[in-house]
Design a protein around this ligand. Sequence first.
Ligand SMILES: Nc1nc2c(ncn2[C@@H]2O[C@H](COP(=O)(O)OP(=O)(O)OP(=O)(O)O)[C@@H](O)[C@H]2O)c(=O)[nH]1
Ligand SMILES: [Mg+2]
Length: 285
Amino acid sequence: MNEDKTNINWYPGHMAKTKKQIKEKMGLIDVVYELIDSRIPYSSKIRDIDELVKNKPRILIMTKYDLCDKVETAKWVKYYEENAYKVLPMNLNDSNAINELIKVTQDMMEEEQSKRINKGLMAKEIKVLVMGIPNVGKSTLINKLAKRNATLTGNTPGVTKNLNFIKTNSNLLLLDSPGILWPKLDNAEVALNLASMSAIKSEILPIDEVAIHILNKLDKYYPEVLKQRYNLDKLEEDLEIVYDKIGKKIGALVKGGEVLYERVSLAIVNDVKNEYITGITFDRR
Ligand SMILES: Nc1nc2c(ncn2[C@@H]2O[C@H](COP(=O)(O)OP(=O)(O)OP(=O)(O)O)[C@@H](O)[C@H]2O)c(=O)[nH]1
Ligand SMILES: [Mg+2]
């Protein structure tokens, strides 16, 4: 991928607008949940988020914990904790994890709440902003906390379009927000990691580059997955041979037995997207 491609338009106007709206709402917010994808703990962390969040109490939630390499996650948890974050790796489909999050949030507000109670006031509703890159699980988390489908979710980036307050049965009031990225992605590696986890729209990067990136990561860190899923012992220098092998295995052939390369790329990308490939983390500490 050349330099120019890292500058193509993955920072559409609506993301700038979302940032502006988040800034306007920040004064109301008590706690920020910053979501990152456990499989790409570096690439999925919004670069200019400190400027938006300032010194609000913050919980760094590593979503999709069920899909990552837990050994690598432990290193990232330690690293972010050293940087003074409260960190929670979470499978958002696990209700115990959700209850733990509620407890941590209440604890964070404990001092402020008891001050209010001592003054004879009622404990306040805790306003929580949920933010992160597209497709990281913001709306899923909100639905789990609200115990109902209060906001739309889906396995593509850009499902949530507006900032929305959502009430819960507990004393949390949640603000859902559209996914945001930052104007310039530092490098092609980050862009490809984001694309591998469906955090940037599939039209933005050529699908074969994303697929080859996934294959390279598997080759480097998870050769056993390469073997299991594609029956490959290693990535050969000649990717055409690799594609031919995978294409034959998955049946991506035209009449005459020729392999359809684009279908192979799509199958690889979808294997990650549809959770056939799990236990993977692409960023290293
Ligand atoms: N396996 C697994 N899937 C998850 C988890 N959290 C979210 N998902 C899935 O990730 C996809 C995206 O979830 P959303 O909640 O729509 O993500 P979002 O951050 O609101 O996305 P945008 O609104 O597009 O920015 C959905 O298919 C969810 O089911 C998790 O912890 N584990
Ligand atoms: Mg959403």
